[in-house]
Design a protein around this ligand. Structure first.
Ligand code: KIV
Ligand code: ZN
Length: 529
């Protein structure tokens, strides 16, 4: 008989820490779609956002708490009464709401950021946990920068907040500084030295600045942590957080080392990863573990031969286990509407008739240009046609001229809220010229922060997928207030680039309009509570 395995709770913070990735902001509708899929994936807790950060953040958390069934819904709050009360108002419609409050405890943060003594911080943490507990018993406390906090003081804080009512104590490696051996020791020390530790679930929250977030989280689980905070695709501040799919698949793939279980339906991992990539505009790198395009691709002949003889020769887990169909080629020019619809459903989308019609037309056009159409191509078609932000701008026409004897030049026609505008520009290359022409037609002063192109699948007829990042004008020595990304895909790289740029401009416009309706300054993480 299978030995019973202890459960590790999966706390997903894609919609909070993940959304803090530069360029990954999502609107309420996008967050709701992600939250519903996270519920299908089977996460135990969804951290839906930081309600005091802005009315938009509050609204998204409130909607998720109201509409998403299954997981507990958490709202983040600094250790301040106003934050906590706001978080509570946002999560309270949910049957199992959680308040997650935090306060930094490392000397570095106390002295330079909070300007508080250790004693003051401890008293504040206790007071605010008790305040949160006056709303709900489901209170989580995080001593921010715990991995760089003096261990004896950390033990005191943890004991005190549990005494004040914290049911979950989360140990963040806020700056991704620790290594597995050290982090494991810290978790063991807390378990040994904090007398009331059994009254709370010990959680970890690891950042990936040294590429160790997953390794540190796993080491912590082995040492006694029973909640892991993570994000889909490893999104998150700076280098990101521990990737949910990596933590979960490591536990599942190595039961000999991890006698634990999670409630994640791993067959939903791939679908969730794609949805988050689409909604956030943050592409997944091809060689990313578990969900990258190459994660289950076998290029070398000797590997292909081995796989055909026995898949375990070069696969430690099956593509099916994460919901990735094994077949690579899926559709071609003879595929009809039915086959296309089946594929759309298999990829996790529900399209209304208008969207389906538009996506099918775009798919047929693609089949004329490409011999084989892969899952990734269909996904790109859906991204292009369906999940667009409100269309303030629509690209109607683009034509570019370039060559060894020509000065690159492009002409575009763009609909700007119903009015057609045409512009022509010269640039360093045809892509540059097309983007400059769009910029002129739209009349925007946004600046291009990044431009990335990749082939979605193999072959010279592959679709190029372009991601652009744009921001409002800012001094060159300062970071932009908000970076917005956009994506486009086409077998013609100029068209893909133009689509990506227009997509980013639409997202930027949507963000600006949302911002102008709200007077509150953006996200307050890291500011003095
Ligand atoms: O990284 C961090 O310390 C956080 C806390 C708010 C948990 O995100
Ligand atoms: Zn974090």
């Amino acid at each position: 008989m299978e030995p019973t395995r202890e459960k590790v709770d999966v706390f997903d913070t894609t919609l909070r820490d993940g959304e803090q990735s530069p360029g990954a902001s999502m609107n309420t509708e996008q967050k709701l779609r992600v939250a519903r899929q996270l519920a299908t994936l089977g996460v135990d807790i969804i951290e839906a956002g930081f309600p005091i950060a802005s009315p938009g953040d509050f609204e998204a958390v409130y909607q998720i708490a109201t509409e998403v069934d299954g997981p507990q819904i958490a709202g983040l709050a600094r250790a301040r009464e106003a934050d906590i009360a706001r978080a509570w108002d946002a999560v309270r419609p949910n049957p199992r709401p959680r308040i997650h409050t935090f306060l930094a405890t490392s000397d570095l943060h106390l002295q330079h950021k909070l300007k508080m003594s250790r004693a003051e911080a401890l008293a504040r943490a206790v007071e605010m946990v008790a305040f949160a507990a006056s709303f709900t018993a489901n209170v989580e406390f995080s001593p921010e920068d715990a991995a760089r906090t003096d261990t004896t003081y950390l033990c005191e804080v943890v004991e005190a907040v549990i005494g004040a009512g914290a049911k979950v104590v989360n140990i963040p490696d806020t700056v991704g500084y620790t290594i597995p051996e050290e982090f494991s020791r810290l978790i063991r020390t807390l378990k040994e030295r904090v007398p009331n530790i059994a009254q709370a679930v010990l959680s970890v929250h690891c950042h990936n600045d040294l590429g160790l977030a997953v390794a540190n989280s796993l080491a912590a689980v082995k040492a006694g942590a029973r909640q892991v905070e993570c994000t889909i695709n490893g999104l998150g501040e700076r280098a990101g957080n521990a990737a949910l799919e990596e933590v979960v698949m490591a536990i599942r793939t190595r039961p000999d080392l991890f006698p634990f279980t999670t409630h994640i339906r791993t067959e939903e991992i791939y679908r969730t990863s794609r949805l988050v990539a689409e909604m956030s505009g943050m592409m997944v790198q091809a060689n990313k573990a578990i969900v990258g395009a190459n994660a289950f691709a076998h290029e070398a002949g000797i590997h292909q031969d081995g796989i055909l003889k026995h898949h375990a020769t070069y696969e430690i887990m099956t593509p099916e286990s994460i919901g990735l169909p094994r077949s690579a080629i899926i559709l071609g020019k003879h595929s009809g509407r039915h086959a296309f619809l089946d594929k759309v459903i298999e990829l996790g989308h529900q399209l209304d008739d208008a969207h389906l019609e538009a996506a099918f037309a775009r798919f047929k056009a693609l089949c004329d240009k490409k011999k084989y159409v892969f899952d990734e191509d269909v996904q790109a078609v859906i991204n292009e046609v369906v999940h667009r932000p409100s269309d303030y701008y629509v690209l109607r026409f683009v034509e570019a001229h370039a060559g060894s004897e020509l000065h690159p030049r492009a002409t575009v026609r763009v609909w700007v809220e119903g009015e057609e505008r045409e512009a022509t520009a010269e640039g360093d290359g045809p892509v540059d010229a097309a983007l400059l022409a769009i910029k002129e037609a739209v009349g925007t002063d946004t600046v291009l922060e990044a431009y990335v192109v990749k082939a979605i699948t193999g072959g010279t007829d592959a679709q190029g997928e372009v991601t652009v990042k744009i921001a409002e004008p800012h001094p060159p020595d300062q970071m932009p207030a908000r970076v917005i990304s956009g994506q486009g895909a086409n077998t013609d790289i100029i068209i893909a680039s133009a689509n990506a740029y227009v997509n980013a401009l639409n997202r930027m416009e949507s963000w600006k309009r949302q911002r102008s309706q709200t007077a509150t300054p953006p996200r307050p993480l890291g500011t003095t509570p």
